[in-house]
Design a protein around this ligand. Structure first.
Ligand SMILES: [Zn+2]
Length: 87
Protein backbone atom coordinates (compact mmCIF):
# COMPACT_ATOMS: atom_id res chain seq x y z
CA UNK A 1 0.00 0.00 0.00
CA UNK A 2 1.06 3.55 -0.62
CA UNK A 3 -0.15 6.82 0.86
CA UNK A 4 -1.42 9.38 -1.61
CA UNK A 5 0.89 12.39 -1.51
CA UNK A 6 -2.03 14.69 -2.20
CA UNK A 7 -4.94 13.56 -0.03
CA UNK A 8 -3.25 11.03 2.26
CA UNK A 9 -5.55 8.15 1.33
CA UNK A 10 -3.94 4.71 1.42
CA UNK A 11 -4.06 3.06 -2.00
CA UNK A 12 -2.61 -0.02 -3.68
CA UNK A 13 0.68 0.97 -5.24
CA UNK A 14 1.04 -0.18 -8.84
CA UNK A 15 3.43 0.50 -11.66
CA UNK A 16 1.11 3.17 -12.94
CA UNK A 17 0.33 4.98 -9.70
CA UNK A 18 3.08 5.33 -7.16
CA UNK A 19 2.46 8.73 -5.62
CA UNK A 20 -1.22 9.56 -5.96
CA UNK A 21 -4.35 7.48 -5.43
CA UNK A 22 -6.14 8.77 -8.53
CA UNK A 23 -5.46 10.78 -11.63
CA UNK A 24 -7.51 13.55 -10.08
CA UNK A 25 -5.12 13.74 -7.11
CA UNK A 26 -2.16 13.72 -9.48
CA UNK A 27 -3.64 16.62 -11.44
CA UNK A 28 -4.61 18.60 -8.36
CA UNK A 29 -1.19 18.10 -6.78
CA UNK A 30 0.44 19.33 -9.97
CA UNK A 31 -1.79 22.40 -10.16
CA UNK A 32 -1.22 23.35 -6.53
CA UNK A 33 2.52 22.90 -6.60
CA UNK A 34 3.14 25.84 -8.90
CA UNK A 35 0.67 28.68 -8.95
CA UNK A 36 0.40 29.87 -12.53
CA UNK A 37 1.59 33.33 -13.39
CA UNK A 38 -0.90 35.60 -15.05
CA UNK A 39 -0.18 36.76 -18.59
CA UNK A 40 0.37 40.30 -17.30
CA UNK A 41 2.93 39.01 -14.81
CA UNK A 42 4.77 37.10 -17.52
CA UNK A 43 4.81 40.25 -19.67
CA UNK A 44 6.31 42.18 -16.76
CA UNK A 45 8.95 39.47 -16.27
CA UNK A 46 9.85 39.54 -19.96
CA UNK A 47 10.18 43.31 -19.74
CA UNK A 48 12.59 42.79 -16.87
CA UNK A 49 14.99 41.08 -19.27
CA UNK A 50 15.43 44.32 -21.17
CA UNK A 51 15.84 46.59 -18.17
CA UNK A 52 19.09 47.86 -16.76
CA UNK A 53 19.56 47.69 -13.02
CA UNK A 54 22.10 49.50 -10.90
CA UNK A 55 22.20 46.76 -8.30
CA UNK A 56 21.25 43.16 -7.63
CA UNK A 57 18.88 44.38 -4.94
CA UNK A 58 17.18 46.71 -7.39
CA UNK A 59 16.51 43.79 -9.68
CA UNK A 60 15.37 41.55 -6.83
CA UNK A 61 12.96 44.23 -5.63
CA UNK A 62 11.46 44.60 -9.13
CA UNK A 63 11.11 40.82 -9.33
CA UNK A 64 9.42 40.74 -5.94
CA UNK A 65 6.95 43.42 -7.01
CA UNK A 66 5.90 41.19 -9.90
CA UNK A 67 5.79 37.70 -8.43
CA UNK A 68 5.34 38.34 -4.70
CA UNK A 69 3.58 41.68 -4.16
CA UNK A 70 2.40 40.39 -0.77
CA UNK A 71 5.95 40.13 0.58
CA UNK A 72 7.71 43.07 2.22
CA UNK A 73 9.90 45.14 -0.10
CA UNK A 74 13.58 44.33 -0.41
CA UNK A 75 15.60 47.30 0.75
CA UNK A 76 17.78 48.57 -2.03
CA UNK A 77 21.28 49.42 -0.95
CA UNK A 78 22.91 50.97 -3.99
CA UNK A 79 26.37 50.67 -2.48
CA UNK A 80 26.26 46.87 -2.33
CA UNK A 81 27.29 44.57 -5.16
CA UNK A 82 26.73 46.75 -8.19
CA UNK A 83 26.19 44.94 -11.48
CA UNK A 84 29.00 45.78 -13.87
CA UNK A 85 27.60 47.68 -16.82
CA UNK A 86 28.47 46.84 -20.39
CA UNK A 87 28.62 50.42 -21.60
ZN1 LIG B 1 -5.37 11.07 -3.32
Amino acid sequence: MGICLHCGTPFPRTRKTRKYCTNRCKTNACLERKPRLRASEIDALRELLHNDFDSIDGMRERLREIIAPDLPPISVDESRAPIPRMD
